[in-house]
Design a protein around this ligand. Structure first.
Ligand SMILES: Nc1ncnc2c1ncn2[C@@H]1O[C@H](COP(=O)(O)OP(=O)(O)OP(=O)(O)O)[C@@H](O)[C@H]1O
Ligand SMILES: [Zn+2]
Length: 662
């Protein structure tokens, strides 16, 4: 049996728009201006741009015979700078040669020559001046010099480095970047001061009556602290919201902020523990500091189990110092502020069992508010809340929808309502009809229908018999939830499905377990009976029942030969530290019992299906023809179900079997 984990609505916490990188750093502009000035200056005065570069040939043939050379300086053994006598360059006669009117002083060379090597240059110069008297020969000096360009060329990378450094520091200190790399150390709490005008109120939360009453008290602490402090009472600091996913914990926290009209600082536990060591602790510090500045205010830590997991209970070889130091900081902060500072810390978790006991001690999160999955009546209420803004067709029956969604959380229901609206919109209808809601429900439970998936006729036949097997077996088993429909339309990852309406129950009896296992084996058994061949298609069923059988034997103490023993460890300590908490002998016994339990169930299933083989074939054929067979057709074909227990109770949450994948 596959009880599909329904989709969950994930709300993205609102983010402030990331700051433009330029805002945070005027230094960029300063840097740009400086660089432009430098480049301009450089272009203006650099010798490279007022000096003419010539070749040796040119020098020998044109310059040497016509101009009076003052001196030649060989720079860095690479360039020969040729300085011309000022008085000569002054005359217009040489303008055509120098062709540069700036070139008047001796501080700038008139020409430069790139030389291959100093030796060959000297030789050539020697040769060229052979006829001249020694006194008139040009003097050659040597110098090494780092040019302006050189300085500039390392100035640029240095500048860029410095700039980036400033940039990163800026981003760190404002803590407002969108990139976590630039924010480490600062809290990324969405300080939703927008929540001051929070539209979330207790009206948006349906059901959860007891929880609301308790939470309202928290609102009162914030609004009228004097009522309590006057009498000497200490206002609690920490309130833990506990409940399964999607039951409205976040919604409740937001409603508290909305009702109390105070700033709301929210941060998810997993955000504390991020990339860098030491970041978590400083985030905690920062979060509390900011909240205290804005007191009265609310801090909301979602998924507190991410930080609050009990210390030292992880694998002995796998410590998590970072998480521990974050947790320690959190404890310190909780102790550090007085009870009447006007800051209340709300936290949410769906695993209260794994939380460190230190978190739950008096003076910390000593108040627990439980949020449970809604019962049928509450589901109706939640449907109503989420239908407020929808255009509903006349045929929408909320009570039927609520009946058909046992075990669904508030988030699932919100999801169904939205999906239904989308489905109706795709059909371009005027209003959202009941069938849209039902389709949305199926989609939320089982994933999207994939009618276009190509399946060969042979495989289709196997799938039809497999599903018919589930249906027929469960029809004749007393303790299996009632079957709503069977389908061989692929959906999500499964090729076919049998839909059950789970009873809402808190405990599962042994007979229920046994019958569930048989119903799950119905698919495999049908394949064997009809085709005398079995397939891989039963993997989901088998995985499920194997886990279920081990749980029955080793955890719930439901096996006769092993007796009422449970190796379940709610603290999870011995399992991780010492491996299996039982002997080799016991392990063998458990394995044998599980195997026997399942093989007996398989025999039993095959017997049921053999007895009703004709019905099995009829149903499979009907499935091949219609693809989906609804409850009415099932009753017509298989007869009314003989059930002693009819599910009436409705204060339970367990959703055992919703959906049987092929
Ligand atoms: N009791 C409720 N009434 C109305 N809407 C609800 C209720 N419970 C949940 N919802 C809807 O489900 C959405 C998700 O709920 P929320 O995020 O508060 O659950 P949660 O318990 O914090 O889940 P998680 O543990 O996954 O963080 C809400 O935004 C809301 O639309
Ligand atoms: Zn199956």
């Amino acid at each position: 049996m596959e009880s599909q984990q329904p989709n969950k609505i994930h709300k993205q916490p609102e983010k402030k728009p990331p700051k433009s990188p330029l805002n945070g750093s005027g230094s960029l502009w300063i840097y740009l201006i400086i660089s432009v000035t430098f480049i301009a200056l450089y272009l203006f005065i650099s010798p490279e741009f007022t000096t003419k570069e010539i070749s040796w040939k040119e020098f020998e043939n044109t310059i040497l015979p016509t101009e009076k050379i003052e001196q030649i300086i060989i720079v860095n053994k690479e360039i020969a700078e040729i300085y011309v006598k000022a008085k000569l360059t002054d005359s217009t006669k040489y303008d055509q040669i120098t062709d540069n009117s700036f070139n008047l002083s001796q501080t700038t060379p008139a020409y430069t020559i790139q030389i291959g090597s100093v030796d060959s240059f000297e030789n050539k110069l020697e040769k060229a001046q052979q006829e001249l008297p020694t006194a008139d020969r040009i003097t050659v000096t040597y110098t090494s010099r780092s040019s302006f360009l050189d300085i500039f060329s390392w100035l640029i990378p240095l500048g860029i480095l410095i700039f980036f450094w400033i940039f990163i520091l800026k981003r760190m200190s404002t803590g407002s970047g969108s990139n976590p790399l630039f924010n480490f150390g600062k809290t990324t709490a969405r300080i939703s001061e927008t929540d001051k005008k929070s539209s979330v109120s207790f009206n948006d939360i349906a059901g959860l009556k007891e929880a609301k009453v308790e939470v309202m008290e928290v609102v009162d602490f914030l609004k009228n602290p004097e009522t309590y402090t006057k009498l000497g009472a200490k206002i609690p600091k920490g309130v833990m919201l506990v409940g399964p996913p999607g039951t409205g914990k976040t919604l409740m926290a937001r409603a508290v902020a909305g009702e109390a009209q105070v700033p709301f600082f929210s941060l998810s536990g997993s955000e504390f523990v991020e990339m860098f060591v030491g970041v978590g602790a400083s985030r905690v510090r920062d979060l509390f500091k900011r909240a205290k500045e804005k007191a009265p205010s609310i801090i909301f830590i979602d998924e507190i189990d991410a930080v609050g997991r009990s210390r030292g209970k992880v694998n002995a070889f796998q410590t998590n110092d970072e998480r521990e130091s974050t947790l320690n900081q959190l404890l310190t902060e909780l102790d550090g502020f007085g009870p009447n500072t006007g800051v209340i810390v709300l936290a949410a978790t769906n695993r209260p069992d794994i939380l460190d006991k230190a978190l739950l001690r008096p003076g910390r999160f000593d108040r627990h508010i439980y949020l449970e999955l809604p019962n049928k009546h509450e589901r109706e209420e939640i449907f109503k809340v989420h239908m407020r803004n929808l255009v509903l067709g006349e045929d929408v029956a909320i009570d039927i929808l609520a009946t058909l969604s046992p075990g669904f959380s508030g988030a699932d229901i919100a999801n169904i309502c939205n999906e239904a609206a989308l489905i109706a919109a795709r059909k371009k209808t005027e209003a959202i009809m009941q069938e849209d809601f039902l389709e949305a429900r199926d989609r939320v439970v089982g994933g999207l229908e994939r009618k276009s998936k190509i399946i060969s006729p042979k495989e289709k036949k196997i799938i039809a018999f497999h599903e018919a097997g589930h249906a027929v077996a469960s029809w004749y088993l007393e303790h299996v939830d009632s079957l709503v429909k069977v389908s061989i339309i692929p959906r999500g990852k499964s090729l076919g499905s049998a839909w059950y309406l789970p009873e809402e129950r808190q405990i599962v009896t042994k007979s229920q377990f046994m019958d569930q296992i048989c119903a799950s084996l119905g698919g495999r058994a049908a394949e064997e009976i009809i085709f005398n061949e079995i397939s891989s298609g039963a993997i989901d069923d088998l995985e499920k029942i194997t886990k279920q059988a081990y749980a029955m034997v080793a955890y719930y103490g439901l096996d006769e030969s092993i007796g009422p023993l449970s190796f379940f460890d709610s603290s999870e300590q011995s399992r991780t530290l010492f491996g299996k908490p039982y002997s080799e002998h016991m392990a063998k016994l458990i394995d044998e019992e599980v195997q026997q339990l399942i093989s007996k169930s398989y025999q039993r299933t095959k017997e049921i299906l053999t007895t009703h083989k004709a019905k099995l074939i009829q149903l499979a054929e009907l499935l091949l023809k219609k693809e989906t067979v609804e409850k009415e057709d099932l009753i017509e074909l298989l007869g009314a179900r003989d059930r002693k227990f009819l599910e009436t109770d409705d204060h339970t949450n367990q959703s055992l079997s919703q959906f049987n994948k092929t």
